[in-house]
Design a protein around this ligand. Structure first.
Ligand code: FAD
Length: 290
């Protein structure tokens, strides 16, 4: 199923994210996680591609497991900063072969100490999006950054480039995580003013341990509201309490989003079906699973 069919309707969707294993030996265990996550009946499941822009050998295989074995729509991520155009084309061909229709097209992080872009590489996600469109009938999504991408000088410059992505064929956007919903509402207003009118899926990260928040803020420069920092300060040393508080905080964020008309939420579930399940249970009358 093309995700735009879901995202253009007013029905609430809650989707989940998985990451693939680094080694093939772990694949069977990861397939069990896919099944556990699929049993929770998310609207769709995305599978990341590598980490910090790297390549991935198992994204297509796990996305195949999501849609062709567990019958949940799959969104396969694809980054290009660490790949040649030829390598990207081979992944696109594999996706086509497995009838995986939805791609989240990303540049990825630029590899450190590498010359970028080389002549046979894509420079921006917008170039990748245009080429995916030329190579098949895919439903293509892209990333957006409510607090601005860390490389952008201003949010307005970032929005100009976001508009280029949409003009290149990006049919929906998924946001970077944020911990204060007002940041998203503000961003959506600015995006609409720029003429960016594709569905925007709000990315929510349940932070369930104290180390996670330090890693996240150093990687993405996210603003963390004092209310959330107080939770980490109070419960950070108590793993079970921190997990419960993180689930409650993410649940509250999602309820506020839906109450304010943001109907599509993607949970960065980090391969943890127990956390995804707890949030979905908290929302059982708001997101009715089919
Ligand atoms: P782009 O859209 O190309 O933007 C990157 C920067 O370049 C921005 O600052 C933008 O303003 C600027 N820019 C864009 N076009 C131009 C132009 N024409 N001229 C000048 N500047 C321009 N990483 C992974 O490795 N694997 C994943 O699976 C993955 N999944 C992600 C999912 C989501 C929802 C998000 C939000 C991020 C994800 N990332 C992933 C991280 C992502 O790869 C990085 O944030 C990366 O640095 C940027 O990728 P992009 O596609 O947003 O790049």
């Amino acid at each position: 199923m093309r995700l735009t069919e879901l995202l253009k309707s007013d029905e609430v969707t809650i989707s989940c994210e998985l990451f693939p294993p680094k080694q093939g030996a772990q694949l069977e265990n990861y397939k069990k996680i896919v099944k556990e996550m699929a049993d929770l009946k998310p609207a769709y499941m995305s599978v990341t591609y590598g980490a910090t822009g790297g390549t991935s050998d198992y994204t297509v295989e796990l996305a195949n497991e999501v849609c062709n074995v567990n019958h949940i729509p799959a969104l396969a991520h694809l980054t290009c900063a660490s790949s040649t155009k030829e390598k990207v084309a081979s992944v696109i061909a594999e996706l086509k072969e497995h009838k995986i229709e939805n791609i989240l097209a990303l540049r990825g992080d630029i590899p450190q100490n590498a010359e970028f872009p080389l002549p046979d590489q894509y420079k921006h996600a917008s170039e990748l999006i245009a080429d995916i469109k030329a190579q098949g009938d895919f439903c293509i999504g892209g990333a957006c950054y409510p607090e601005g991408h860390p490389e952008a000088q201003t949010i307005y410059e970032d929005l100009d480039h976001l508009k280029e992505k949409v003009d290149a064929g990006c049919e929906f956007l998924t946001t970077q995580m944020f911990f204060d919903n007002n940041i998203l509402y503000n961003f959506m207003y600015k995006a609409l003013k720029k003429g960016i009118d594709v569905p925007i899926v709000a990315g929510i990260m349940p932070v369930t341990n104290a180390a996670q928040i330090k890693r996240i803020t150093s990687l993405s420069g996210n603003m963390v509201p004092p209310r959330f920092l107080a939770i980490v300060d109070r419960f950070g040393e108590n793993p079970e309490a921190m997990k419960q508080a993180g689930i409650a905080y993410a649940t509250e964020q999602i309820i506020d989003l839906i109450a304010n008309g943001v109907n599509h939420v993607h949970i960065y579930t980090m391969n943890k079906p127990d956390i995804a399940g707890a949030i979905l249970d908290n929302l059982s009358q708001i997101y009715v699973r089919k």
